[in-house]
Design a protein. Sequence first.
Length: 418
Amino acid sequence: MAPTDRTLDDGPAGVTGQDAKIIGLIAAGHLFSHFYLLTLPPLFLFIQRDFGVSYVALGLAMTAYNLIGGIIQAPVGFLVDRFGARHLLLAGFGLNALAVALMGVADAYWMLLVLAVFAGIGNSVFHPADYAIMSGAISEKRVGRAFGLHTFSGFLGGSIAPLAMGGMAAFWGWRTALLVAGGAGLVTLAVMALNSDVLDRAAPGKGTPPPQHPVERAVRQGWSLLLTPAMLVFFGLFCAITFTTSGIFAFTINGLMELHDTPYAIANIALTGFLFASSFGVLLGGFLADRIGRHDLVASCALLIAAVSILMPAFFDLPPAALIAVLCLSGLAFGNVQPARDMMVRAITPPGEMGKVFGFLSVGMSVGASIAPLMFGLFMDGGRPDWIFLGAAVFMMVTLLAALAGRFVGVRSGLRRS
């Protein structure tokens, strides 16, 4: 029997090289995915001035981008599992980058709105396609690190977007900033396309016979999987995680300023510390996920540490150094949760179903991100800034319960990867 590509690469050096290439390609695209989600907000001041529209109208463009892109991830996941991840990933990335670039030449608000919709459609492919490729292509002993690096790249893209877009707009104008951002994505897409053979060669299902059932039956089976109690519990878990982070991102600065008269600069540094610590927590969580099989216990311990830390500002007026330290600790612990979460989902997902599963669960992330700012905003309007931190801790505990319930229900239901 002739050796396959996987067999030829089965030595440690070969596997390491292939894994690194796959992770590098996937992470590069995911970085731009999150970067593009935050390209418009730093430019609102300039766009509002040139187009003469309200900030509500500009907010509508962001809603169209995020909500549409989030909702259609579930059907995109079905397409990924049916037709393969490689071409959908490249097409979606291309549509996303091109739409962002064309925003730079839009001469009316309605054009910007339409392009935001197309950008959101393009952005919808990343999670379903990325997780399907990584789950089927990466060596089993490195999947946790791959998930961690994937999430880290997204965090990094979101972290650098405001600085990069704001800086380019200040020097060259908002239109040039969008053209450069979109163009950089298209260049990255070209590199991915030239090297995408490794994604195709290692993609799940390659070389296996096509399914014998009709498309309609396959879709019903797919939804039957998604609507199992275990998957619904994990849908809630994804929603709770994003709910927590969205509330922290949106109102930590204002909450600290109203609660303890914290200077803006200190509050901003504390939030920035949480963000960057979360990013490195994701990397640490990826390594732990490959070494510790009980991902639910890793997530539980991390969530307890994160919740206790985030509660501190609600009850104590901490010195600046202590405030920054506790938020960094909370972020570092909370970042550990996400690779463990992804590995728990993978453990109960049958082969060939990763695209639709992560597409469906990513809708939960969009739900959490849409609702959280409204609820946490009510806390602020009601004169209870301490509830920002109490609410974050409560939803961390909801996440912990969902993680434990997800593993228990998954085991009881008999769902497993193989």
